[in-house]
Structures are given as C-alpha cells and as structure tokens.
Design a protein around this ligand. Structure first.
Ligand SMILES: Cc1cc2nc3c(=O)[nH]c(=O)nc-3n(C[C@H](O)[C@H](O)[C@H](O)COP(=O)(O)OP(=O)(O)OC[C@H]3O[C@@H](n4cnc5c(N)ncnc54)[C@H](O)[C@@H]3O)c2cc1C
Length: 492
C-alpha cells in the first residue's frame, strides 16, 4: 500500500475510472460524492416496479469497456451480460419512412443500396476510412493528456492528422459520399453525441460511424447503470472508499497546494485531488479566484453541449411498433440545431429520441408494461419550468402517436420530467448542460479545458468537460489518463 492519499471528487464514470486505476497502484483513494448514489449522470431511478437509466442509454465502443476491465484482470462479463441489439436502432423519417439499422453489414449495405443505388460501395469506402480513424483516434489521440500542442508535434502523428481530416467538417465529408438526405441524416446523427452540429465537427469523428455501424449498439442486461455497479464493486474490491451524500463546498489552497477539502460531511486532506465533478463548478465555485484555471468570460464563451428535456415514463400496456432505440427525425434537423447552438431558444419543431429498454430487458418494467425514456435535446442556459416541460410533453406525445399509431397517454402509470434545473441542482452542471463541452475543432484536444490546474500543484481535472470529451467511453478514458498524470506528479 502506497501511503499517499488521493481524493476524487465525484463518482461519475471518470471519477470511478481514475479511482480504480489509482487504487490498483496501491494508493489510498477516497471518492467524495454529493448525491446519494454513485454514477453521476448514469444514475438509476426506481419507481413502482420500473427501473430507469437516468442518463446514457447507448452502449457504444464495447472495446473501451473491455480494455478498461482488462486493466484489472477482469472482463465485462464478470459483472454484466452484454447483448448486441439488432436492429441497432430505428429512425422515423416520417410515418411511412422508417429505417431499421441492422447489425449485419450485408443487410446494412442492402438498406443503403435501396435508398441510393451505388451507395453500398460508398458505404464500404466511408467505413474503411472511419475504421482507420477509429484505430488512430482511439490508439494515438484519446490517451494523450493534451497539456500542450507539443504532445502532438511528432512527424508520424502530424502525417496521420492530415489523413484524419481535422479541417474538413463531418457535414461536407458525408456529402462527398452520399446524396440521399435520409442516409446523410443517418450518418450525421452520431456526432450529436459529441454535442455539436455536423457542420462544426471535424470529419475525424466519422470514427463514430464506425463505432455505430460496424462495432454496433449493445445493451448491458439490467440497464446502463449495471456498468456503474460493476465499476463500484471493482473499486470497492480494490479498496476505494466511496463517501456518498458528501458535497465538496470549498477547496482551500495554501502555498499552491490543496490544503483542505471542505464538505457538508467533514473536512478532508489529501496528497492529490482529482476533480471529476463538473469542471466549471470546481474552477469557478470551489476555488478562490487567484487559483482558478479560467475566467468567467472564458466559460461564458465555451460552446457547451446541449441540455435535454427528459421524461421517464412507465406504462401499464405494451407499446407495439417501436424498437429499443427510436429516433424521431421527422422534422428539420437544421432548424433544431440552430435553436440549440446559434439562436438558443426552446425549439419550434424538435427532433427527439425514445428509448424503450423493456423491449430487450424484462427486468426494467412490470410484465405488462413498458419502460420508456423520451429525450429532446435543447440549448443549455434556457429558462425551465413545469409549464414549458408540459408543452413539450404534449408535443412529443402527439408526434409519437401520429408516427407510431399508438397514443400511450392513457396507459401512463409513472411519469417524471427532468431538465435544465435538475442538471444544475443534481450535478452543478454549467447552464444545465447534459453532456459537458461540445467537441468542436476549437474545443478539441489541447484546446479543451486543461486536465492540469495551472496554479495548484496537486489538483487535476477529469470528466466530460476536459479531454477526451463527452460520452461514457471518453469519460472512462479520461479517468485512466488523469490517473496516469496523478502518478507522474506523485512520483516527485
Ligand atoms: C440524458 C443523457 C443521455 C446521455 N446519453 C449517452 C449515451 O447514450 N451514451 C454515452 O456514451 N453517453 C451518454 N451521455 C453522456 C455520459 O453520460 C456522460 O458523458 C458521462 O456519464 C459523464 O461522466 P463524468 O464522470 O464526466 O460526469 P458525471 O457523471 O456528471 O459525474 C460527476 C459527479 O460529480 C458529482 N459532483 C458534482 N459536484 C460535486 C461536489 N461539489 N461534491 C461532490 N460531488 C460532486 C456529481 O454528483 C456526479 O456524480 C448522456 C448524458 C445524459 C445526461
């Protein structure tokens, strides 16, 4: 056992990942978590026999999870059972235009060919390039702490960077290969996970199409919260102490070192602190001005990822005619994107997403019912109240009924809304963002808020607002990268 004590603030994927890696190296690790359950944005909520994943629902990049557990001599199957979804998901372009995206590549090519003759060859070329980007991106880029540009000054990497199309947008990249508007929407959709528009996202991120269409959409039986449970039980096996209901209220600095961590549950000291709570909250609200990494102006000028209006819905009847994942792309994507990014406002005709995990997993809802999760992306920083939430509830229910042919309103037995104000209260989320900071080119790698505290020697940041970015796999990687940085610092 190393005598050094490390405190991790926040038990999201990034905090849990960092804690596990450091505990395995023999450090004494304590996680301080404000909420009454671990997992951060991936918490679960149970009500009347329904168990809802509160945040993430898409399990992509299974290799990242497998590689993480392998660090500890484990496999994901030691903790949860994965199922590949087939179809991976359904896209509704209109009542009569429905794409079920198959897991099988031959079937996928046939779907493309049907929509646009000749496009199966284009898909193969597009995905070959995306596979290369995934290999280079996941192998060479995401594990860099990105302290400065110098980490990327390496002839081979620069050569590879050109082939990664950093300066081309996803939007024009996709249009070089495909003309059919439905195929274009299908291929642009995964970048929404990165919190930015296809026009603002570098074409490097077509690696997400490889993750989507080649690596596939998976589901951990029991729900996404099973990943949290797995990481928590591994952390505990490794000796990590997790203190729930413990909110950090101030980080005291003395001689450029964290001196004390004040919480609502006592005062803590540590040799090293890793902040896995929302970066802006820690930087602007827990640390005195002279020690902050950034100014208020800096934070206000960042492009945050969208927030979301969510409804967790339990029904007492089955809902036919939908899949596990359902994208309602029957409205103008450009207008919705504009109302999220360039002219932030509650959207006029939003796209939305419905998850029905009970289609795959009978344990998440009573036998006769369904577990549904409605998600509508919205701009961060909007005003939020019950009236506006209900307005959009009605809008989504109407559209759902019109497109699927099933009005579920009469069968709803559990209903809970969740939006901007909840993100702020529950996670200290800046402007109520759901997924952190957008992955635009100007906010990629060393342009992201830095992992390292510039004026404090023993504080590091991790999580979806720093490198490599938003999403469950990146958050897990972020924890691995920050743990390495902490070890380097503690070696001195
Ligand atoms: C609705 C929604 C849907 C999503 N869908 C997907 C998806 O399908 N697939 C995917 O890969 N990703 C998805 N994401 C993104 C993904 O969930 C996040 O990127 C990831 O979970 C972030 O992990 P994190 O550790 O960085 O942050 P968090 O999970 O936010 O963890 C931070 C933790 O810090 C705690 N904390 C905050 N302040 C303090 C304090 N002062 N003291 C102590 N603790 C504090 C918080 O309570 C929280 O537990 C989704 C997110 C949301 C919200």
């Amino acid at each position: 056992m190393n005598s050094k004590h490390i405190i991790v603030i926040g038990s999201g994927f990034a905090g849990l990942s960092a804690a596990c890696v450091l505990a395995k190296e023999g450090f004494k690790v304590t996680i301080l978590e404000k909420n009454d359950q671990p997992g951060g944005r991936a918490r679960a909520w149970e009500q009347d026999g329904f168990r809802f994943d509160m945040g993430p629902s898409w399990y992509w990049m299974p290799d990242v999870f497998e590689n993480f557990f392998a660090l500890f001599g484990k496999k994901t199957s030691d903790y949860y059972r994965l199922k590949r979804l087939d179809p991976g998901y359904r896209v509704y372009y209109s009542k009569n235009e429905i794409f079920d995206v198959p897991a099988d590549m031959v079937e996928l090519e046939a779907l493309f060919e049907q929509a646009e003759p000749g496009s199966s060859k284009a898909l193969r070329d597009f995905l070959n390039q995306a596979a290369y980007k995934y290999k280079v991106g996941m192998g060479e880029y995401v594990f860099r702490p990105s302290h400065s540009i110098t980490e990327f000054i390496d002839f081979n990497l620069i050569k590879k960077s050109f082939s990664m199309q950093l300066l081309t947008s996803m939007s024009s990249h996709v249009r070089k290969y495909f003309k059919n508007p439905q195929l274009i929407k299908l291929l642009e959709f995964p970048v929404l996970f990165l919190g930015a528009t296809p026009q603002n996202t570098p074409a490097m991120y077509s690696m997400m199409n490889y993750a989507d269409l080649a690596l596939g959409t998976w589901y951990p039986m029991g729900g996404m919260n099973e990943i949290v449970k797995a990481m928590v039980s591994m952390a505990i096996e490794l000796g990590v102490e997790i203190k729930l209901n413990t909110e950090v209220t101030k980080i005291n600095i003395q001689d450029k070192q964290v001196d004390k961590i004040q919480t609502n549950n006592g005062v803590f000291t540590a040799d090293m602190v890793i902040a896995g709570a929302d970066y802006q909250h820690v930087d602007q609200h827990l640390i005195e001005k002279p020690y902050r990494n950034y100014t208020t102006k800096y934070w206000n000028s960042r492009t945050m990822s969208p927030s979301s209006l969510l409804f967790y819905i339990g029904t007492n009847k089955k809902v036919p005619n939908i899949q596990h994942h359902n994208l309602f792309f029957d409205e103008d994507f450009e207008l919705h994107a504009k109302e999220i990014y360039t002219a932030p406002q509650w959207p006029s005709s939003p796209l939305f997403y419905v998850c029905c995990s009970s289609k795959t997993d009978s344990t998440v809802a009573p036998e006769s019912g369904e577990n549904l999760f409605f998600l509508m992306p919205i701009a961060p920083g909007l005003n939020d109240d019950e009236t506006i939430r209900e307005k959009y509830f009605t809008l989504m229910m109407d559209r759902f009924a019109q497109i699927t042919g099933h009005d579920i309103r009469d069968s709803i037995v559990v209903k809970r809304s969740y939006a901007l104000n909840d993100f702020k209260v529950d996670y200290h989320s800046f402007k109520g963002n759901a997924y952190g900071l957008a992955n635009t080119l100007a906010q990629t790698a060393f342009f992201k808020p830095a992992m390292q505290a510039k004026h404090i020697n023993n504080l590091l940041y991790t999580g979806q607002l720093t490198v490599p970015g938003p999403g469950v796999p990146p958050a897990i990687i972020s924890g691995q990268v920050v743990a390495k940085e902490a070890m380097k610092k503690l070696a001195y």
